[in-house]
Ligand binder design. Structure first.
Ligand code: PHE
Length: 344
């Protein structure tokens, strides 16, 4: 029955209401304000109250209805706030995103390995500028003035004019020249670094690559010493059963000169597509330092002799890991780099 107490009771019940879901709010709305809802019911009963009581009940009933509607709106708004907040903030119960650790680049791994082998043999490491002059890259290394390596086809010139043009070094032999100019004898040094050649980029060639070159100058250094140094290096790098073979070659700065092959570490001489069926893989160029080169750096070739060698780091790394396309080293595709994660 409608009464002051009943209205009062319902008013305080409204204050207590809590609903978390949209469906619950709707249920409450129906329960209170629906066609058969409790408040609607009271309005029905209101019709029958005596005229004296109508004013008092009327006001209170309207207040109750307004309060119920306001409460329902309030609960809906609270629900929307929660939904918005959920969209904007993080779900703290979710596991975190996996963060990939970086790994060293295969060229760095190979460079470090080559350096550490020669350090064991007593070589020290020297570095020099990438932007060089003609003298250190060509002149002091016995390249005649008209040598084709200087041609615009092969060398990137920074400042081509004058007697001693400025250019990007095409090999790290320039660092060997600088070492000969500035160091006391004997010299035993390796020169790792980046070099530049004006070549079309392909699976086998790039206009930027890395080298390690070496130089050893002392009294009585012979070709046999060179051969032994290269053999020891090859066995450290490619395994203890590795064989080497030397083929006569030509470099302006060495005489005699040779190209060195190692026995194919994939087919062990049987012939495969990496060694193109020959059983041998070319790894470096070397030779006895030409007397003209020693003289150009102020070293007396009557007293001293020496050997030099030079290798491309990309090529060594390709052979070691059977990478078929040199361009992989420069693209930094994460799928390629990940293959080296476990190589120390
Ligand atoms: N400088 C040569 C090159 O870049 C390599 C080399 C170094 C050959 C020393 C012989 C001796 O190809």
């Amino acid at each position: 029955m409608i009464s002051n107490e009943k209205i009062q009771e319902m008013m305080s019940a409204l204050g207590e209401l809590k609903a978390a879901k949209e469906q619950e709010i709707e249920e409450l709305r129906v329960k209170w304000l629906g066609k058969k809802g409790e408040i609607t019911q009271l309005f029905e009963e209101f019709r029958g109250v005596s005229p004296e009581q109508k004013k008092e009940f009327g006001q209170k009933l309207n207040a109750l209805k307004n309060a119920a509607q306001a409460k329902i709106e309030e609960m809906k708004a609270a629900l929307n706030d929660i939904a918005d907040a959920g969209k904007a903030s993080f779900d703290l119960t979710k596991p975190g995103d996996r963060m990939d650790l970086g790994a060293r680049h295969p060229i760095s791994i190979t460079r470090e390995e080559i350096i550490s082998i020669f350090k064991k043999f007593g070589y020290s490491v020297a570095e020099g500028p990438e932007i060089e002059d003609d003298w250190h890259v060509f002149g002091a290394l016995n390249f005649p003035p008209e040598h084709p390596a200087r041609d615009m086809q092969d060398t990137f010139f920074v400042h081509p004019q004058g007697d001693n043009p400025i250019l990007l070094r095409t090999h790290t032999s320039s660092v060997q020249v600088r070492t000969m100019e500035s160091s006391n004898l004997p010299i035993r040094v390796i020169c790792p670094g980046r070099v530049f050649r004006n070549e079309a980029i392909s699976a086998r060639a790039h206009c930027i690559f890395h080298q390690v070159e070496g130089l050893y100058i002392d009294k009585n250094v012979s070709f046999a010493d060179l051969k032994q140094a290269i053999l020891l290096f090859a066995r450290e790098m490619f395994g203890p059963d590795t064989q080497i073979r030397m083929r006569p070659s030509y470099f302006p700065f060495t005489e005699p000169s040779a190209e060195v092959d190692v026995s194919c570490n994939i087919c062990h001489g049987k012939g495969c597509n990496i060694c193109k069926g020959t059983g041998w893989l070319e790894i470096l160029g070397c030779g006895m330092v030409d007397p003209n080169v020693l003289r150009a750096s102020g070293i007396d070739p009557e007293i001293y002799s020496g050997f030099a060698f030079g290798m491309g780091i990309e090529r060594i790394a390709m052979l070691k890991w059977q990478v078929k396309d040199l361009r992989h080293y420069f693209e930094n595709d994460i799928r390629f780099l990940k293959e080296f994660e476990t190589v120390i």
